[in-house]
Design a protein around this ligand. Structure first.
Ligand code: ADP
Ligand code: MG
Length: 668
């Protein structure tokens, strides 16, 4: 049923609802509250909880309007409680309900109670004239998006709750029974208007289960489909002696972890199906070489490989390394957004006839007219930077896919969205790496010290990265910012040094040139936007300065820091920020922790999953009820999804579930 036809509300509200993706009654019933709060009524003075939100019942008297010294209007009144004590009431914005209020009207006020110069006062309370959905029991708090408020939601959802009875239950009966879950209709009623805290918790658990269960079934079905639809077009047995030879050619020995992961990937090639493996390794753990070594075997077996990087700078770097690694006998090409049209055309022709064996590029590769003769292996570097749809383009060729990431994958994600992938972890760094000494710089004095220190480093022949903050999504503003910072550094702070800059707005030829020059030691300082965040490898750089560090997530800062300390030299990372406790506390964890996983955990706690993984891009589900920290529910849902699919992979036994999974609207 369409909401517009049933709700009495304004056009603005309806418009907002549509924007929020809420158009049917079912949508609204599935718009779950974020949390609940108690509005148990206090009638007597001794029961007031100081410093907390209270719901107070009493007679409102002496309502008046006053002006502050600054000319702002205030509403003031006294609330007479049952025990004849009074509470002072102050509104900063006068509620509509008070317009024609009569003295001694019975009201319910919800607001924080504080002591103000010895007088008990309730500040800016909500006002209600009767016990209703808002006062007297537990009330729900919804994610708000003006003009849609929790108050509005509570009022509108209440009369619709009877329709919850018509919500079909997609959960198989045996799950409901064995887990003693509430029926769907009960759960929906209880999540919106719970009688008790326990009832709410029970409803939440059950709805969260359903949410995750649905994802699990989808993910497992997808895996099943991939495994049954496609053969392994690039199946070959690897030659262990040959690989030993390859390893001997390297300038270093692989770490044990690298060898293990290489072995996992090579084993995948032997399988009956195209593999899908996620390789997670902290920054600097040496993921690239593992991908190259595996790729080399694929090329020897007669197939093409593709390596995808999220930025041109990184793609260009991989290209330069690949030229060296694969040697003169393997044709390697680079394809990015700035490859000229003629060049693109020729590359695409050579890909099609098999003349190119190794293609390296950015998402510019991912167009439907990039046709491979026989793509056997695709590597997606920094995979969290790519969208799900982008990755899907490559999948059309059914290659083996290895996605690489430095962002740790908590078990919760391994259980849900990544449920269809195998995961390998490179859990050690190459030997001899020193911890990057990290300092939060938040006073003018430490800033000066830091500048002297950097001067010394340059004197020693080392190089400096200087990262300017992301202002907003606009490249233009970012560029301006970099230029301003460049001028400050090159003219005021280090007029004697060789300083250059880099930003996303520059032509890629220019960018390449600057990176090459910097790598060559022609500059001491590179002022840049976050374009250097991922992957860039310049061993001579020993200092990373990050301006307005508070604007970045810890995982991102860790990525920046990963640009230095890539050999046995001592490196330093300076996090510039304001003198604000909230900023420095978070940033201080960078001083303490050097492990990406730990930092991701801290970030997760402080900023939430969406921030960390960029929900929108990475295809992470936007959970309504489920909580990625609730491993127990995730595991339970996983186990059931496996069981159900084992019993009947066609899902015919459970038509409602089948319909929901297939995207048909089960809800009314
Ligand atoms: P990441 O995992 O962050 O992508 P890279 O693949 O860029 O790391 O490797 C970081 C640096 O470490 C590169 O310069 C690479 O050549 C070097 N490296 C990789 N493996 C080893 C190893 N086993 N021993 C020494 N250096 C290594
Ligand atoms: Mg890398």
């Amino acid at each position: 049923m369409i909401l517009a036809s049933i709700l009495h509300t304004t056009a603005a509200h309806l418009k907002k609802l549509t924007q929020m993706g809420l158009t049917t009654v079912s949508d609204l019933l599935h718009y779950f509250p974020r949390t609940i709060e108690s509005t148990a009524i206090v009638q007597r003075f001794p029961d007031l909880a100081l410093g907390q939100k209270n719901t107070v019942e009493g007679l409102l008297a002496d309502f008046r309007r006053e002006r502050t010294r600054h000319g702002k209007q205030l509403g003031k009144a006294a609330l007479i409680l049952e025990d004849q004590t009074t509470l002072q009431v102050v509104w900063f914005q006068i509620p509509y309900l008070l317009k024609n209020i009569k003295d001694e009207t019975r009201v319910f006020l919800v607001g924080k109670v504080d002591r103000n110069y010895g007088v008990m006062q309730i500040n800016n309370p909500e006002v209600y004239l009767s016990r209703d959905v808002h006062v007297g029991g537990l009330r729900s708090i919804y994610p708000e998006s003006p003009p849609i408020t929790s108050k509005w939601m509570r009022e509108k959802i209440k009369p619709l709750l009877v329709m919850a009875d018509e919500c079909p239950d997609i959960l198989p009966k045996k799950i409901l029974k064995e887990e003693s879950f509430l029926p769907k209709s009960e759960a929906i009623k209880a999540i919106h208007r719970p009688q008790t805290l326990e009832a709410w918790e029970q409803a939440r658990k059950r709805l969260a289960f359903e949410e995750v269960f649905e994802i699990q079934v989808r993910v497992l079905l997808e895996k099943q489909r991939r495994e049954s639809d496609t053969e392994n077009p690039c199946q070959f047995t690897f030659d262990a002696d040959q690989i030993k030879e390859d390893l001997k050619q390297l300038p270093f020995e692989l770490t044990l972890a690298q060898k293990k992961v290489l072995f996992h990937i090579l084993k995948d090639f032997e399988g009956d199906r195209p593999a899908h493996r996620l390789v997670q390794g902290d920054v600097g753990s040496g993921k690239t070489i593992v991908a190259f070594l595996a790729g080399l075997q694929v090329v020897r077996a007669g197939f093409q490989i593709a390596i995808l990087a999220p930025t041109e700078i990184l793609a260009t770097q991989h290209f330069a390394n690949a030229l060296k690694f694969f040697g003169p006998n393997v044709p390697v090409e680079l394809l990015t957004g700035s490859t000229t049209a003629t060049k693109k055309k020729s590359i695409k022709a050579k890909l099609k006839n098999g003349d190119i064996k190794v293609l390296i590029g950015t998402h510019a590769i991912l167009t439907h007219d990039t046709i491979f003769k026989n793509l056997g292996f695709a590597v997606i570097d920094e995979q969290h930077r790519f969208g799900v749809a982008q990755r899907a383009v490559l999948a059309e060729n059914h290659p083996h896919v290895v996605a690489m990431t430095a962002t740790p994958i908590p078990r919760s994600l391994a259980l849900t969205v990544y449920g269809d992938q195998d995961i390998s972890v490179i859990n050690e760094l190459p030997p001899g790496r020193k911890k990057v000494i990290t300092r939060v710089v938040h006073t003018p004095k430490t800033r000066t010290l830091c500048e002297h220190f950097i001067n010394d480093q340059i004197q020693k022949g080392h190089q400096i990265f200087w990262v300017c903050p992301l202002v907003d999504e606009s490249d233009k503003i970012e560029a301006k910012n970099v230029l301003a910072e460049y001028e400050r550094i090159s003219q005021i702070v280090y007029p004697q040094k060789r300083v250059t800059f880099l930003h996303g707005k520059m032509k890629s030829k220019e960018k390449e040139k600057i990176m090459a020059q910097f790598k060559n030691g022609e500059f001491d300082i590179l002022v840049s936007t976050s374009v250097i965040e991922v992957g860039v490898d310049i061993p001579n750089a020993t200092v990373m300065v990050i301006e307005n560090a508070e604007r970045f997530g810890l995982s991102q800062l860790h990525q920046f820091r990963g640009r230095i300390g890539r050999n046995d030299r001592q490196s330093y990372c300076f996090l510039m920020t304001k003198e604000e406790a909230a900023y420095t506390t978070r940033l201080k964890s960078m001083e303490r922790f050097h492990d990406g996983f730990k930092l991701a955990e801290v970030d997760l706690e402080l900023r939430g999953m969406g921030e960390l993984y960029g929900t929108k891009q990475s295809g992470l589900p936007d959970f309504k009820c489920a909580d990625l920290n609730d491993l127990e529910t995730l595991q339970l849902a996983r186990d059931w999804a496996v069981k159900i699919l084992e019993e009947d992979p066609s899902l015919k036994t459970w038509p409602l579930l089948k319909k929901q999974i297939e995207g048909g609207a089960v809800y009314f």
